[in-house]
Write a protein that binds this ligand. Structure first.
Ligand code: NI
Length: 169
């Protein structure tokens, strides 16, 4: 946070299944796994393209975490399926050590493409919906602290949740 590259509107991907795109995705997957994140957007590694990845496997370290299939999502479009938003805690690999209470739509449809240009069209709820909204915000230069409504609900993870391991997005 503070790096101007996180505040840009990212460009659409026009060419799929290219060596450059596969190399970007390999780099993003390595980064996400090395940092044990639940998701990552290309702007977080300085690449200004509308590419996100996310996924959460069942892990005894995070017993409350919902499983989310490992997904590559390019040029995403989100359609909220509820009017009301729900608040829950989020962290971000670009905002290390902090967590905040962030409003998101609990039920969305998202569409986009995988790295081969195949259509992805899913309707999801809960944490899956939250992580998609968080990652897609990165493509529009939005970091989760910008969405916090009550700044008393923003703080250090180890103070808010002592002794608990949590994943960042
Ligand atoms: Ni993030």
């Amino acid at each position: 946070m503070g790096d101007a590259r996180l505040l840009r509107i990212a460009d659409k991907v026009h060419d799929f299944d290219t060596p450059q795109l596969h190399a970007l995705l390999a780099d993003m997957l390595d980064t996400m796994q090395a940092l044990d994140g639940a998701g990552l957007a290309a702007p977080q590694i300085g690449v200004n393209l509308r590419v996100v990845i996310f996924g959460v496997q069942r892990n005894p370290r995070y017993p409350d975490a919902e499983e989310v299939p490992l997904t590559v999502l390019i040029n995403p479009v989100i359609t909220p399926l509820t009017e009301a938003m729900e608040e829950d805690w989020e962290g971000c690999l670009s905002v290390p050590g902090l967590r905040g209470l962030v409003p998101r739509f609990p039920h969305i449809r998202y569409q986009g493409f995988d790295e081969y240009g195949a259509l992805i069209d899913r309707t999801v709820t809960g944490f899956h919906a939250r992580v998609v909204q968080h990652e897609c915000d990165h493509l529009d230069g939005i970091l989760y602290p910008m969405r916090i409504r009550d700044m008393t609900q923003f703080g250090y993870t180890d103070v808010l949740f002592p002794g608990r391991e949590m994943q960042d997005e």
